[in-house]
Design a binder for this molecule. Structure first.
Ligand code: SAH
Length: 355
């Protein structure tokens, strides 16, 4: 049994079943035993890998995309260049390197990282040692300035609650105990106003997910972009409107049982981009864009060919594999999607179409 399992079992025995969101929060962020709080999970030796860790091309293209939009919106100075959930700091490091030739961009940018894990803050400080950076616990303390924000695989790490339809009411999926072990159960059915709109597109026993932290995060982004301009670029796996159980655990690059050994696997859920956009109603949003399409429009073919010129042997093979991984439909190309949000009337970042 993991150290955290004992604590969670005692907590449930004392106070009753917990929501999936409370379980995810404890597993990921518990200061002593949480997954992100205690380790660096990325890379071949870790549990999973992400687009910025796969290839420098990803951060370079995203960086130029943000910088072009900053120019298109009149190059305001100063502005916040923000990233929630920056992992190892690789994406921001690649953004920073790629944008150094953009006139005025570095002088105007103030980098703000929002990171809950002390271990990953240390990794970010090492990776960004030469770059002026400040850290935040939440987006609420971002400065009241124009904001260009990128969130890559951040929203999928936020806790979700799950509800199963029962007639016109909903039963919440909760974690309780059976024979002293963690087990999934269902509450009694109750009406849910926040799910009223889902009665139209679901049937009995369908499962829907909500992300309770998303509204506050999107409100912080919306407030700054509506007032001062900027853009938010959100990339993650998921779709437009969630349906079904997408709660999953990954350990050592394989799916695992999310209730076994809490705190030792990455727990995620697919991102419901409709809910994200809906939580910032005063912003205009782009069409939801598959990662492959976005990266092609931003010029990944030319960038990949250019980098390949100086590579040979194993390094060239690795570069080709990374390109394939980022763009192929069977890999990240279509599962991952990007959404851009801007103030109404402001130009969208390159690579994005209006809805
Ligand atoms: N963006 C990175 C890392 C993705 S993993 C990449 O693409 O490689 C998720 C990141 O979000 C980690 O840095 C994790 O510590 C952070 N995180 C998870 N929940 C968070 C929260 N509630 N507040 C701030 N950071 C959080």
């Amino acid at each position: 049994m993991s150290a955290l399992a004992g604590h969670l079992i005692a907590r449930i025995a004392a106070t009753g079943p917990m929501t999936l969101a409370d379980y995810m929060r404890a597993c990921l962020l518990d200061p002593r035993y949480g997954y992100y709080a205690t380790r660096d999970p990325f890379g071949a030796a870790g549990d999973f890998t992400t687009a910025p860790e796969i290839s420098q091309m990803y951060g370079e293209l995203i960086g130029l995309c943000l910088a072009q939009n900053w120019l298109d919106q009149g190059a305001p100075a100063p502005f916040a260049l923000a990233e929630p959930g920056p992992g190892r700091g690789t994406l921001m490091a690649d953004i920073w390197r790629a944008t150094r030739a953009v006139p005025g961009f570095h002088a105007a940018a103030q980098i703000h990282l929002i990171e809950a894990s002390p271990t990953l803050r240390d990794a970010q400080a090492r990776r960004l040692a030469d770059v002026p950076v400040s850290w935040h616990e939440s987006l609420d303390t971002l400065p009241d300035t124009p904001l260009w924000l990128v969130a890559n695989e951040f929203f999928d790490a936020l806790p979700v609650r799950q509800f199963q339809r029962s007639g016109d009411a909903w039963r919440e999926r909760v974690i309780g105990l059976r024979d002293g072990r963690l087990t999934l159960g269902l509450t009694d059915p109750a009406p849910r106003v926040e799910l009223a709109h889902r009665l139209a597109d679901t049937r009995d026993s369908d499962i829907v997910e909500i992300c309770p932290d998303a509204p506050r995060i999107m409100a912080a982004i919306e407030a700054r972009i509506t007032r001062h301009g900027g853009a938010a670029l959100i990339v993650d796996y998921g779709g437009w409107r969630s349906l079904g159980d997408t709660f999953q655990a990954v350990r050592a690059h394989r799916f695992a049982d999310p209730l076994a050994a809490p705190g030792t696997a990455d727990l995620t859920a697919h991102v419901d981009f409709e809910a994200i956009a809906g939580a910032a109603p005063r912003l205009a949003h782009s069409a939801l864009t598959p990662q492959e399409l976005l990266l092609k429009r931003l010029g990944i073919d030319a960038r990949a060919a250019h980098l390949a010129q100086n590579l040979s042997g194993a390094a060239l093979e690795q570069h080709r594999a990374a390109f394939h991984r980022l763009t192929d439909a069977a890999e990240m190309g279509t599962l991952f999607k990007a959404l851009a949000l801007v103030a109404p009337g402001a130009p969208l970042p390159p690579g994005f179409d209006p809805v």
